[in-house]
Design a protein around this ligand. Structure first.
Ligand code: NAD
Length: 271
């Protein structure tokens, strides 16, 4: 069976990489639609030409409603507001979703979770295999080192990124906090300045760097007396995210309604 995949945010940094990945895939999928924001000057353009690879007969549209009946799964790396609107439409039409958008408020997260009662959605702050393996390693490190270390998370991204700390850094913080039985909302410290006082061991600190064209670097530091463990992941190409998201699209298109993560796609949640 061929899975019909649509990409929204098609002209964006991730959108282009996602479409390239789908078009190059030999794993039983087709690029069935490409969507951009309303008013985009790219409406009607053949996405093959947009990607500089010759026509592929998929014309970019600016309204998901025009194509929602012709697709099995939508890959969405856009903005929180766009993703929420798309989720409502996909849920109403039985279309699965892969959500890579980051920067949701708690209220938006809840609205998205509500839609998962009607649709299969795989959402991840980071779709790379390496980062998802790092989540598992981080939980193990936190359990072993426990309250004997100070935990700090440092992330770096390109100058265009609009949210901070990154969704991946927050996910790493949550994994570590959960493993230690702490509530991230209570223990997170986002940046420091001035007379901060001595460090409280229960806290988990975040530091953010925005510079140049960095695709995405994350380091979690477990610092004790006499030694320090650092777990680092560095993405050198958005291809790492695109390949993971496309793998998730094939997988989630076959699932029952529910909220899934990349850990589910990779089988890390199976005992
Ligand atoms: P970008 O700004 O390059 O691309 C976003 C695209 O979405 C733009 O082309 C924009 O025109 C389009 N868009 C905006 N509103 C739209 C609408 N209503 N309908 C259709 N398209 C719309 O951004 P990017 O670097 O590609 O990142 C997009 C999102 O993905 C961000 O939230 C980013 O943090 C996230 N991201 C996630 C991962 C991951 O692995 N989960 C990896 C990279 C980026």
């Amino acid at each position: 069976m061929t899975t019909r995949v649509a990409v929204t945010g098609a002209a964006g940094r991730m959108g282009r990489m996602l479409m390239e990945t789908v078009l190059d895939s030999d794993r039983g999928m087709v690029l069935a639609a490409a969507i951009e924001r309303s008013g985009s000057t790219l409406a009607g353009v053949d996405v093959g030409e947009l990607l500089g690879r010759g026509p592929c007969q998929v014309l970019l549209v600016t309204d998901l409603g025009l194509v929602v009946n012709d697709i099995d799964v939508l890959i969405d790396f856009t903005t929180p507001e766009t993703t929420l609107a798309n989720a409502a439409l996909c849920a109403a039409h039985g279309v699965a979703m892969v959500v890579g958008t980051t920067g949701f408020t708690d209220e938006q997260e809840q609205l998205l979770a509500d839609q998962c009662q009607r649709m299969a959605m795989c959402k991840a702050s980071n779709f790379s295999t390496g980062v998802n393996l790092a989540f598992t390693l981080l939980a193990q490190a936190a359990r072993v080192l426990g309250d004997d270390v100070d935990i700090e998370i440092v992330e770096a991204h390109h100058r265009h990124k609009v949210d901070a700390p990154s969704g991946t850094a927050l996910s790493m913080g949550k994994v570590v906090a959960d493993a230690l039985g702490r509530d991230l909302g209570q223990v997170a410290v986002y940046g420091r300045e001035g007379q901060t006082g001595a460090r409280d061991r229960q806290t988990i600190g975040f530091a953010t760097i925005r510079a140049g064209d960095v695709v995405g670097d994350h380091t979690v530091i477990f610092a004790g007396d006499g030694e320090r463990l650092e777990i680092t992941h560095k993405a050198s190409s958005r291809l790492a995210f695109a390949r993971g998201a496309v793998r998730a699209a094939l997988w989630v298109a076959q699932q029952q309604p529910g909220a899934y993560s990349m850990q589910d796609v990779l089988g890390f949640n199976q005992q």
